[in-house]
Design a protein around this ligand. Structure first.
Ligand code: GTR
Length: 325
């Protein structure tokens, strides 16, 4: 009898300990389209380590890389509805819902990556972060994504004239569709994961992205001509479901914000190294890099501004960005 009683108490104790341990840790989920090791994935993982350490293990993070939870449009819906708590995505798919994200997506608005950093780290960046709230999201951080450029399987691009009639996949945003149209080419928005096979089978001639994406998604295997036109220097955004963020204590909210801020420095460092590495990889694999006449591309972009920078808020933001030295 005594034995059984002891045994039962033992079970009760063990299970209460287990429940206690499970309740003490909330595991949050975050999505990323890129493979493990990519600078955005590593930036978010670092954020996860920091929140775990600074909340003494009360919070932990699982990063689902390689689009395991779906393509960006889908994971944006998942994070908005709270199915997942966090998501690292490009800002372009938000252009239709968070109008302030149009500004950093505009072609040739940022003069350099330094200029972009100054803007996004300052009051305009804060204004863009705030604009995510009505969409049910807290923008925790902006990460680097370098400059996007066009690549294709058909021919080298040296000027806007060479773009004529080519078919490009663009990221899912009307600005990008109009940008390609303004260059005399045709745009097809489609999920990132479909680009490789669409180029391979000739549905499109190419796409547009930075060196690390061109490299890790292996697009260089099917589209060898990479033109360094650098049409946008569009940063990434790391967002959290707002209801999940609001549930945190004020102290934990501070921990999350500071951890996100600390992860930015880490991601930027990893990013710079990855751009150099990816460029070497694609060149060694036979990619032909051209440096087209950029002024022609810049001049062609007026209709994009005329169509998308229409309201006063955006006009002022564009002027503010241009005024940042
Ligand atoms: C990459 C970006 C991804 C994804 C991709 C795309 O540069 O990091 O988040 O948006 O571009 O073109 O779909």
């Amino acid at each position: 009898m005594l034995h059984i009683a002891k045994f039962l108490t033992g079970i009760a104790l063990a299970s209460s300990l287990m429940v206690g341990a499970a309740a003490a840790q909330t595991v949050l989920k975050s999505s990323d389209t890129h493979p493990d090791g990519y600078p955005t994935v590593e930036g978010v993982k670092y954020f996860g380590e920091l929140i775990k350490e600074r909340t003494k293990g009360r919070y932990a993070l699982e990063v689902y890389h390689s689009a395991q939870l779906g393509e960006e449009k889908d994971t944006i819906e998942q994070v908005r509805s709270g199915v997942i708590e966090l998501n690292r995505v490009s800002m372009a798919p938000f252009n239709g819902t968070v109008k302030e994200t149009i500004v950093p997506a505009l072609p040739y608005l940022f003069r350099s990556e330094d200029h972009m950093h100054k803007v996004m780290d300052g009051p305009i960046g804060d204004q863009i972060k705030k604009a995510f709230e009505p969409a049910g999201l807290v923008a925790l951080a902006f990460y680097d994504a370098g400059a996007r450029s066009f690549y294709n399987k058909t021919k080298p691009i040296n000027s806007v004239a060479d773009m004529q009639g080519l078919k490009f996949r663009v990221i899912q945003s009307d600005i990008f569709v109009d940008m390609v149209a303004a260059l005399g080419a045709n745009a097809t928005p489609m999920p990132y994961g479909e680009v490789y096979s669409s180029i391979e089978t000739g549905v499109i001639d190419g796409a547009e992205n930075n060196f690390p994406s061109y490299d890790t998604a292996k697009h260089f295997e099917v589209a060898k001509n990479y033109a360094l036109d650098e049409h946008t220097i569009l940063p990434e955004v790391f967002v959290m479901n707002k209801a999940a963020f609001d549930k945190l204590t004020p102290e934990d909210q501070e921990i999350f914000k500071q951890a996100a801020k600390d992860s930015v420095a880490k991601q930027r460092e990893l990013w710079a190294a990855k751009v150099a590495e990816s460029r070497k990889i694609v060149e060694a694999a036979g990619a032909q890099i051209t440096t087209p006449d950029k002024q022609g591309f810049i001049d062609a972009m007026k209709p994009v501004y005329d169509k998308h920078v229409t309201d006063e808020v955006l006009k002022k933001m564009v002027a503010d960005v241009q005024a940042v030295q």
